[in-house]
Design a binder for this molecule. Structure first.
Ligand code: PRP
Length: 193
């Protein structure tokens, strides 16, 4: 595992290719699947105005691409939940809300937009909190699902891809905050995990 300084040097001088074992989901596969999900969501929410709640920061690229394809009128808002620290990839604590919504979700149709469901604790925490605010409906849309790591059950209504238990980065997902901008999902080389 690289130190933060080493990773910074790699990011500036070599770029992501030094860390990439292989592309797991290509840009084209992402584009196609996100468009399909948007079509399904637009159909399911026809006649309503869903509130898309993006969980920062990993979900941002997925949210913005999803929005471009949605034909149903919708609103967006953001939450941030912290449970992993920089340089502490393997350790996690109790999820903590570090940024709450500006929108009152009572009687709204809320769709949570996440990049990845891993142990499930982050989204479980958000679901429990938002449920107390009495939305009309509350569903989860996740780009990636890593079921091998699940510790708590999470009901995922809209899913992009189920993936194996590998360390992935790109398309919003970071490697110690770097490389969220990659347009594909890649697997990190074993020696850098
Ligand atoms: C990642 C990801 C999910 C969460 C999933 O966020 O974006 O929110 O972990 O893990 P879980 O299912 O085990 O709870 P992270 O805390 O790394 O923050 P980030 O989105 O800002 O990168």
């Amino acid at each position: 595992m690289l130190s933060h300084a080493q990773l910074d040097a790699v990011a500036h001088h070599q770029g992501y290719t030094a860390l990439l074992e292989r592309v797991l989901i290509s840009e084209e596969q992402l584009r196609q699947r996100v468009a399909e999900l948007a079509e399904q969501i637009s159909r399911d929410y026809a006649g309503r105005t869903p509130l898309l709640v993006c969980i920062l920061r990993g979900g941002v690229m997925f949210l913005t691409d999803l929005m471009k394809h949605l034909t149903v009128p919708h609103h967006v808002d953001f939450m941030a939940v912290s449970s992993y620290g920089v340089g502490a990839r393997a350790t996690r604590g109790q999820p903590r809300i570090t940024l709450d919504l500006n929108t009152d979700v009572r009687d709204r149709h809320v769709l949570l937009v996440e990049d990845i469901i891993d142990s499930g604790h982050t989204i479980d925490h958000v679901l429990r909190l938002l449920q107390t605010r009495e939305p009309a409906s509350l569903r989860v849309c996740a780009l990636l699902d890593k079921p091998a790591r699940r510790e708590v059950y999470v009901p995922i209504t809209y899913l992009g891809f189920e993936i194996p238990d590998e360390f992935v980065f790109g398309y919003g997902l970071d490697l110690d905050e770097y490389f969220r901008n990659l347009p594909f999902i890649g697997v990190v080389k074993k020696e850098y995990q």
